[in-house]
Design a protein around this ligand. Structure first.
Ligand SMILES: Nc1ncnc2c1ncn2[C@@H]1O[C@H](COP(=O)(O)OP(=O)(O)O)[C@@H](O)[C@H]1O
Ligand SMILES: [Mg+2]
Length: 316
């Protein structure tokens, strides 16, 4: 059993009121399972995902991942565990705007002290696998939404994580692009035995997994296993070069030597985790121009009750 969750409870205090976001959640997940978690807004889906990812601490109960009780970890241990053993995919992609696709994919490993040259071959392999061979030197503003989310998936895979956690990964993509991303995730689980837990409000998105957990009022209401959809359409799109991005074109990215990367400040790289905390899906259907910035700051964090409050260490 890869993941075991036991009687997990989380109570937030808001002013004089307590909100019981999780009221005793128990389930376990096998390796290679692609679990979708659905439920009405406010039913505790994001809270559960945060507890599983060690982004926040439960009020009581246990989360055991690959035999390790993560709630017993201190903050440093937890952040190392997150960076090395978990992969995160968020609704707003959370790529760092100044880094290329390749550098964004490599980032979790770079933050762990490795050199880009050591990890570049693997990052290139992953980008090639997800159909972005011709986008490696592009920065996020030179990529489409679907391409950005595929970069985020490659980034989530770079450490061969035990568990991939996704919160509304297709929430900002059109249906067709979303389908490509979901097929890619299903393929990762089915063919490469990655274990994925995805929160979604969309039944169609949920149908790509092989398990559906339904939540209501902070509890599991239903839990059903199903078959994967047949993977008939090809998950990897053709490596077409977008207009304006042909080599030599003014907007085409200028390749930089790989050992020339200056890593952004820790507060920037912590955007991953803080985004998960500070994006309670307020803007799901906003046009891109009105979306919140992809690198939210801690000032916006709603995590009032967390023991980690005020901790500005990188939480990737
Ligand atoms: N940081 C927080 N502080 C106070 N209440 C919170 C916080 N995060 C979530 N909640 C409350 O917990 C409940 C579950 O929220 P959430 O897990 O975000 O639900 P979902 O993701 O299913 O929409 C909601 O009532 C929400 O308002
Ligand atoms: Mg949510």
């Amino acid at each position: 059993m890869l993941l075991q969750v036991g009687d997990l409870k989380k109570t937030y205090s808001r002013g004089h009121q307590n909100v019981e976001a999780l009221r005793g959640v128990t389930f376990s997940v096998d390796r290679g399972q692609f679990t979708s978690i659905m439920g009405p807004s406010g039913s505790g889906k994001s809270t559960l995902l945060h507890m599983l990812g060690g982004l926040d601490r439960p009020s009581s109960g246990s989360v055991r991942i690959d035999g390790q009780e993560i709630q017993s970890y201190n903050d440093d241990q937890l952040s190392n565990f997150r960076r090395r053993k978990l992969g995160f995919i968020f609704q707003f992609f959370n790529l760092l705007p100044t880094l290329t696709a390749l550098e964004n994919v490599a980032l979790p490993v770079l933050l762990d002290g490795k050199k880009i040259d050591e990890i570049a071959p693997k990052a290139k392999d992953l980008l090639t696998m997800i159909g972005l061979k011709n986008r490696m030197d592009h920065r996020p503003d030179q990529l489409s939404g679907g391409e950005m989310q595929r970069v985020a998936i490659a980034r989530a895979l770079i450490t061969d994580p035990l568990l991939i956690l996704a919160d509304e990964p297709t929430g900002n993509l059109d249906t067709k692009t979303g389908t490509t991303v979901l097929e890619l995730l299903a393929q990762m689980a089915k063919e490469r035995k990655h274990t994925i837990i995805m929160v979604t409000h969309d039944p169609r998105a949920a149908s790509f997994g092989n398990r559906l957990i339904s939540m209501r009022d902070g509890m599991i209401e239903a839990d059903e296993l199903r078959d994967f959809l047949p993977l008939n359409s090809v998950a990897v799109p053709s490596p077409m070069v977008a207009p304006g991005l042909v080599p030599g074109h003014p907007r085409a990215p200028v390749p930089r030597p790989l050992n020339n990367i200056s890593l952004p400040a820790p507060e920037v790289t912590s955007a991953f985790a803080s985004a998960a905390e500070s994006a309670p899906a307020p803007a799901r259907n906003l046009p891109i121009s009105e979306m919140p910035p992809s690198t939210p700051t801690f000032a916006n964090s709603p995590r009032e009750t967390s023991k980690n409050n005020g901790d500005h260490s990188p939480t990737l």
